[in-house]
Design a protein. Sequence first.
Length: 133
Amino acid sequence: EILSNLSLFTCLLLPMVGLVLNSFSNRKMSNTLLFLVLCLFWYLSYVGTVFLIDLQYEAEVNVFDIDKSGMFEIEESSLPGFDDAMDRLTNDTGRTLAPIVGFPISVIFISLNYIVFFLGKFLYKKSRHSRAV
């Protein structure tokens, strides 16, 4: 669970960290190339996070497989908490579709980060210029 939370945190911070590092770098990447690289890394981080969450849900269900047969007998499936764990594992279309919708979501998310970053940069420069005048 800690690993999936850390991966999700990375998803949220990665774009802004990349933009800030590039703005202070001596060897700047072009904005288009940086955008594509950030989209790719964000997509991989997003799908990786979904994969880790899926592994976590599988582990929660496998706790109920007492004889480790890979099949759930009536005694195992009637244990308290089994239905909730199985529902979390099987009833999540978002995890199933993550590899498909992940890239369009990454483009939207990175675009929003670009807008916030460059708007902030513009406003900062404008406020510095107005103070100097």
